[in-house]
Design a binder for this molecule. Structure first.
Ligand SMILES: *[C@@H]1O[C@H](CO)[C@@H](O)[C@H](O)[C@H]1NC(C)=O
Ligand SMILES: *[C@@H]1O[C@H](CO)[C@@H](O)[C@H](O)[C@H]1NC(C)=O
Ligand SMILES: *[C@@H]1O[C@H](CO)[C@@H](O)[C@H](O)[C@H]1NC(C)=O
Ligand SMILES: *[C@@H]1O[C@H](CO)[C@@H](O)[C@H](O)[C@H]1NC(C)=O
Ligand SMILES: *[C@@H]1O[C@H](CO)[C@@H](O)[C@H](O)[C@H]1NC(C)=O
Ligand SMILES: *[C@@H]1O[C@H](CO)[C@@H](O)[C@H](O)[C@H]1NC(C)=O
Ligand SMILES: *[C@@H]1O[C@H](CO)[C@@H](O)[C@H](O)[C@H]1NC(C)=O
Ligand SMILES: *[C@@H]1O[C@H](CO)[C@@H](O)[C@H](O)[C@H]1NC(C)=O
Ligand SMILES: *[C@@H]1O[C@H](CO)[C@@H](O)[C@H](O)[C@H]1NC(C)=O
Length: 400
């Protein structure tokens, strides 16, 4: 393969030149595809039932990142095949709504989009049943006293995290020709209500950012006495919410416009605050956004990739415009470059690893600053590496 070094240099943040020590051969890789093939070599994002309750999210998030990759690189047939394998593995775990609604956090719904959009050849009865059960599980999901969907088993608690899986799936299900029903308008209203309710409880007007979640009963040790809000802005949970907004916007019809307008208002309000919160020195975002530079805090690699993706996709689809769009592109492109330089590890066997991703942070804790910065860092968490695939795809699009 002939390598055009000028072009490689021009898009150095998106392309890597990797010389194999064994063969001396030089190959160019795009980081998105390289990281995706590395995720596949690690067999990540395939449910086995033996993992933690976050298995369903690992599976659904991998499917979403890979779906975006195949849309951008249609000849990546191995990645398409992997999506199908991931969906086929997940479906049996998600086909009993009564059980799933409690056994998995709201994150389970992230598997629904690929279930609905697989090529018809793969739209098996099992896939259709799983999509239907996931939808039914929203209706069975517990609600708090304000009507907000619980994130998981914790009574009355809602997390930003769950919105990433809920809103795009519910929107697709309610608008898709095959699955929409006479109740779809009420369901879209409910979807908007959920995005709204959690915003109202978690928005901090002095930072413009959203905290991790809230307890509608106001009884948790960490709950704000008026709003029930938890105390801190956790990067990854805000990353899920930012991605929820931009991915939902992409799926919402333009008419009636109230849905799109409402979600757009949220996106355009939130993203400038996220740009403001970037660490000027590195270009990444802190694990705890509201305590920049405090001892123990660090630049976290999953939340940072999620913000870079949401910003660049928002610009690409015209949801951010003018000076805000140029700022967003600059900040996000720089962030992806920092992530590549800092957290992407080239293994001697030719795979890429991804470092610096915090493990799960739960509100079933003190939710204190010390708790969040004390959670372990994971090597090759797919919640980080799949977010990096999404961010890299957007950067690669800029130079395509
Ligand atoms: C896929 O397409 C790209 C160009 O878009 C090309 O460089 C690459 O070689 C193709 N890969 C395969 C496996 O055909
Ligand atoms: C769903 O799971 C529950 C709990 O395990 C079980 O009681 C019920 O029979 C299952 N329903 C179906 C339709 O399989
Ligand atoms: C999806 O469909 C294609 C084409 O029919 C087939 O080759 C592939 O094996 C199917 N994948 C799964 C997981 O069933
Ligand atoms: C229609 O959707 C609304 C909003 O989610 C829900 O409250 C209601 O139960 C649904 N009705 C039916 C018949 O499913
Ligand atoms: C909002 O954020 C600021 C800055 O982090 C903090 O001082 C303030 O206590 C927060 N407000 C509430 C209601 O939590
Ligand atoms: C873009 O960033 C510059 C420098 O930080 C700032 O002065 C300007 O207000 C920003 N523009 C918008 C539209 O946010
Ligand atoms: C490549 O090397 C890394 C680091 O040693 C290892 O974790 C991974 O499993 C290896 N992958 C394969 C496909 O051998
Ligand atoms: C991964 O990051 C940790 C610090 O968070 C560091 O100690 C470790 O050396 C890194 N691993 C690699 C392979 O870079
Ligand atoms: C919540 O945390 C407590 C204390 O760590 C633990 O015993 C309990 O099992 C947790 N609850 C759930 C549902 O994970």
């Amino acid at each position: 393969m002939r390598v055009n070094f000028n072009r490689v240099a021009a898009v150095a943040t998106a392309l890597a030149v990797w010389a194999s020590a064994a063969t001396g051969a030089v190959a160019t890789h795009t980081y998105s595809k390289w990281m995706a093939s590395s995720i596949m070599s690690r067999h990540q994002g395939i449910m086995t039932g033996a993992g933690s309750s976050s298995e369903a999210l690992q599976s659904g998030f991998t499917q979403k990142a890979f779906t975006a990759l195949v849309a951008q690189y249609p000849n990546a047939t191995d990645v398409q095949q992997y999506i199908e394998t991931s969906v086929a593995a997940a479906a049996p775990f998600l086909s009993n709504a009564t059980y799933d609604a409690m056994a998995y956090p709201m994150d389970r719904l992230s598997n629904g989009n690929a279930l609905l959009t697989l090529p018809s050849a793969n739209s098996t009865a099992s896939n259709r049943a799983a999509a239907k059960a996931l939808h039914q599980s929203i209706m069975l999901n517990h609600r708090n006293i304000d009507g907000g969907l619980w994130y998981f088993t914790y009574p009355q608690w809602s997390y930003l995290d769950g919105m990433y899986s809920l809103a795009p799936f519910w929107t697709l299900y309610s608008t898709n020709a095959v699955s929409r029903s006479s109740n779809s308008t009420a369901e879209l209203d409910d979807m908007l209500f959920q995005l709204d309710l959690i915003w109202q409880h978690t928005y901090n007007s002095s930072t413009g950012l959203l905290v991790h979640g809230y307890d509608a009963s106001l009884t948790a040790v960490w709950a704000n006495p008026i709003t029930g809000a938890s105390p801190h802005v956790w990067g990854r949970s805000l990353g899920w919410y930012a991605m929820a907004l931009v991915d939902t916007l992409e799926l919402l019809p333009s008419s009636p416009c109230k849905y799109k307008q409402d979600v757009l208002n949220k996106f355009q309000t939130l993203m400038p605050a996220i740009i403001d919160a970037v660490d000027q020195q590195t270009g990444g975002w802190w694990q705890i956004l509201d305590e920049p530079g405090k001892e123990g805090n660090y630049i976290e690699s999953s939340g940072s990739a999620m913000f870079a993706y949401a910003l660049l996709k928002g610009v690409r689809l015209g949801y951010l415009a003018g000076g805000l769009a140029s700022n967003a592109s600059e900040v996000a492109t720089r962030a992806q470059g920092y992530l590549t330089d800092t957290f992407v590890v080239k293994e001697t066997n030719g795979t890429l690893s991804y470092n610096g991703t915090v493990s799960v942070c739960s509100l079933n804790s003190t939710a204190s600053y010390e708790y969040y910065v004390g959670q372990p860092i994971q090597y090759n968490s797919v919640l980080g590496s799949a977010a990096y695939v999404l961010a890299s795809l957007e950067v690669e699009k800029l130079s395509a």
